[in-house]
Unconditional design. Structure first.
Length: 190
Protein backbone atom coordinates (compact mmCIF):
# COMPACT_ATOMS: atom_id res chain seq x y z
CA UNK A 1 0.00 0.00 0.00
CA UNK A 2 1.36 3.36 -1.01
CA UNK A 3 1.23 6.09 1.60
CA UNK A 4 -0.33 9.44 0.83
CA UNK A 5 0.82 12.84 2.01
CA UNK A 6 -2.25 13.05 4.26
CA UNK A 7 -1.52 9.68 5.88
CA UNK A 8 2.14 10.66 6.40
CA UNK A 9 1.10 13.93 8.06
CA UNK A 10 -1.50 12.19 10.20
CA UNK A 11 0.96 9.54 11.36
CA UNK A 12 3.61 12.22 12.01
CA UNK A 13 1.30 14.27 14.23
CA UNK A 14 0.15 11.11 16.03
CA UNK A 15 3.71 10.01 16.78
CA UNK A 16 4.71 13.52 17.93
CA UNK A 17 1.66 13.69 20.20
CA UNK A 18 2.60 10.29 21.63
CA UNK A 19 6.09 11.61 22.44
CA UNK A 20 4.59 14.60 24.23
CA UNK A 21 2.26 12.36 26.23
CA UNK A 22 5.28 10.29 27.26
CA UNK A 23 6.99 13.47 28.45
CA UNK A 24 3.93 14.45 30.48
CA UNK A 25 3.91 11.06 32.19
CA UNK A 26 7.63 11.32 32.95
CA UNK A 27 7.20 14.86 34.30
CA UNK A 28 4.50 13.66 36.69
CA UNK A 29 7.07 11.38 38.33
CA UNK A 30 9.49 14.24 39.03
CA UNK A 31 9.24 15.29 42.63
CA UNK A 32 8.28 18.85 43.45
CA UNK A 33 7.64 20.36 46.86
CA UNK A 34 4.04 19.08 46.76
CA UNK A 35 2.69 15.57 47.25
CA UNK A 36 1.46 13.95 44.05
CA UNK A 37 0.43 10.31 43.75
CA UNK A 38 1.94 10.12 40.23
CA UNK A 39 5.31 10.46 41.95
CA UNK A 40 5.03 6.78 42.87
CA UNK A 41 4.13 5.55 39.36
CA UNK A 42 7.75 4.55 38.77
CA UNK A 43 7.92 2.36 41.89
CA UNK A 44 8.00 -1.38 41.16
CA UNK A 45 7.38 -3.73 44.09
CA UNK A 46 8.66 -7.31 44.36
CA UNK A 47 5.87 -9.29 46.01
CA UNK A 48 5.04 -13.02 45.89
CA UNK A 49 7.81 -13.56 43.37
CA UNK A 50 6.53 -11.04 40.81
CA UNK A 51 7.28 -7.41 40.17
CA UNK A 52 4.26 -5.14 40.06
CA UNK A 53 3.57 -1.43 39.91
CA UNK A 54 2.88 0.06 43.32
CA UNK A 55 -0.59 1.22 42.27
CA UNK A 56 -1.50 -2.42 41.46
CA UNK A 57 -0.98 -3.60 45.03
CA UNK A 58 -1.87 -0.50 47.03
CA UNK A 59 -4.07 2.56 47.05
CA UNK A 60 -2.32 5.93 47.20
CA UNK A 61 -3.97 9.03 48.63
CA UNK A 62 -2.88 12.62 49.24
CA UNK A 63 -4.38 13.71 52.59
CA UNK A 64 -2.35 16.93 52.70
CA UNK A 65 0.06 18.92 50.51
CA UNK A 66 3.18 17.32 51.97
CA UNK A 67 2.06 13.75 52.65
CA UNK A 68 1.23 10.61 50.68
CA UNK A 69 -0.53 7.68 52.31
CA UNK A 70 -0.13 4.21 50.82
CA UNK A 71 -2.63 1.55 51.87
CA UNK A 72 -1.70 -1.95 50.64
CA UNK A 73 -4.53 -4.20 49.52
CA UNK A 74 -2.62 -7.05 51.15
CA UNK A 75 -1.04 -6.20 54.53
CA UNK A 76 1.82 -8.63 53.89
CA UNK A 77 3.04 -6.35 51.09
CA UNK A 78 3.79 -3.45 53.43
CA UNK A 79 7.46 -4.37 53.94
CA UNK A 80 8.02 -4.95 50.20
CA UNK A 81 6.47 -1.56 49.40
CA UNK A 82 8.61 0.16 52.01
CA UNK A 83 11.74 -1.49 50.60
CA UNK A 84 10.87 -0.47 47.02
CA UNK A 85 10.39 3.15 48.08
CA UNK A 86 13.71 3.18 49.92
CA UNK A 87 15.50 1.69 46.86
CA UNK A 88 14.00 4.30 44.50
CA UNK A 89 15.83 7.53 43.73
CA UNK A 90 12.98 9.64 45.15
CA UNK A 91 14.84 10.30 48.38
CA UNK A 92 11.77 9.70 50.55
CA UNK A 93 11.62 7.95 53.92
CA UNK A 94 8.46 5.90 54.48
CA UNK A 95 6.90 5.54 57.92
CA UNK A 96 5.01 2.27 58.41
CA UNK A 97 2.48 1.70 61.20
CA UNK A 98 1.60 -1.86 60.17
CA UNK A 99 -1.56 -0.79 58.32
CA UNK A 100 -0.53 2.09 56.07
CA UNK A 101 2.69 3.72 54.95
CA UNK A 102 2.95 7.46 55.41
CA UNK A 103 5.33 9.17 53.05
CA UNK A 104 6.18 12.72 54.11
CA UNK A 105 7.32 14.92 51.22
CA UNK A 106 10.05 17.15 52.64
CA UNK A 107 10.69 20.57 51.14
CA UNK A 108 13.33 20.48 48.42
CA UNK A 109 16.74 22.01 48.99
CA UNK A 110 18.06 24.53 46.47
CA UNK A 111 20.62 22.00 45.17
CA UNK A 112 17.95 19.31 44.77
CA UNK A 113 15.75 21.80 42.89
CA UNK A 114 18.60 22.55 40.48
CA UNK A 115 19.26 18.81 39.99
CA UNK A 116 15.58 18.22 39.25
CA UNK A 117 15.46 21.05 36.69
CA UNK A 118 18.51 19.52 34.99
CA UNK A 119 16.76 16.14 34.97
CA UNK A 120 13.66 17.74 33.48
CA UNK A 121 15.86 19.38 30.84
CA UNK A 122 17.39 16.02 29.91
CA UNK A 123 13.94 14.44 29.63
CA UNK A 124 12.85 17.27 27.37
CA UNK A 125 15.91 16.90 25.14
CA UNK A 126 15.21 13.19 24.75
CA UNK A 127 11.64 13.94 23.66
CA UNK A 128 12.78 16.70 21.30
CA UNK A 129 15.18 14.19 19.73
CA UNK A 130 12.32 11.71 19.36
CA UNK A 131 10.20 14.41 17.69
CA UNK A 132 13.02 15.28 15.30
CA UNK A 133 13.40 11.58 14.45
CA UNK A 134 9.69 11.46 13.62
CA UNK A 135 10.22 14.50 11.37
CA UNK A 136 13.16 12.80 9.65
CA UNK A 137 11.11 9.65 9.01
CA UNK A 138 8.22 11.70 7.61
CA UNK A 139 10.54 13.70 5.36
CA UNK A 140 12.02 10.47 4.01
CA UNK A 141 8.51 9.12 3.33
CA UNK A 142 7.59 12.29 1.40
CA UNK A 143 10.81 12.10 -0.63
CA UNK A 144 10.06 8.45 -1.46
CA UNK A 145 6.60 9.49 -2.62
CA UNK A 146 8.14 12.18 -4.78
CA UNK A 147 10.35 9.61 -6.53
CA UNK A 148 7.63 6.92 -6.72
CA UNK A 149 6.98 5.76 -10.28
CA UNK A 150 3.42 4.53 -9.57
CA UNK A 151 1.98 7.70 -8.08
CA UNK A 152 4.59 10.44 -8.32
CA UNK A 153 4.19 13.45 -6.08
CA UNK A 154 4.88 16.79 -7.71
CA UNK A 155 7.79 18.91 -6.55
CA UNK A 156 5.47 21.67 -5.26
CA UNK A 157 3.28 19.20 -3.38
CA UNK A 158 6.36 17.59 -1.83
CA UNK A 159 7.71 20.99 -0.78
CA UNK A 160 4.36 21.88 0.79
CA UNK A 161 4.26 18.54 2.64
CA UNK A 162 7.79 19.10 3.98
CA UNK A 163 6.73 22.55 5.19
CA UNK A 164 3.70 21.06 6.98
CA UNK A 165 5.92 18.46 8.63
CA UNK A 166 8.28 21.22 9.81
CA UNK A 167 5.32 23.23 11.11
CA UNK A 168 4.06 20.20 13.09
CA UNK A 169 7.60 19.70 14.45
CA UNK A 170 7.87 23.34 15.52
CA UNK A 171 4.50 23.14 17.29
CA UNK A 172 5.49 19.94 19.11
CA UNK A 173 8.84 21.43 20.20
CA UNK A 174 7.04 24.56 21.47
CA UNK A 175 4.66 22.37 23.46
CA UNK A 176 7.60 20.48 25.00
CA UNK A 177 9.27 23.76 25.95
CA UNK A 178 6.05 25.01 27.54
CA UNK A 179 5.71 21.80 29.58
CA UNK A 180 9.32 22.14 30.75
CA UNK A 181 8.88 25.81 31.62
CA UNK A 182 5.82 24.99 33.75
CA UNK A 183 7.54 22.06 35.47
CA UNK A 184 10.66 24.15 36.20
CA UNK A 185 8.45 26.85 37.72
CA UNK A 186 6.68 24.21 39.83
CA UNK A 187 10.02 22.77 41.02
CA UNK A 188 11.52 26.18 41.85
CA UNK A 189 8.38 27.46 43.61
CA UNK A 190 8.93 27.51 47.35
Amino acid sequence: MTATVESILLETRKRMKSSIETLKKEMATVRTGRANSALLDVIRVEHYGTTMALNEIAGVSVPEASMLVIQPYDKTAIKAIETAILKSDLGLNPANDGIVIRLPIPPLTEDRRRDLTKRVGHMAEDIKTAIRNVRRDANEDVKKLEKDKQAPLGEDAAKKALEQIQKATDEAIREVEEIVKNKDAEIMHI
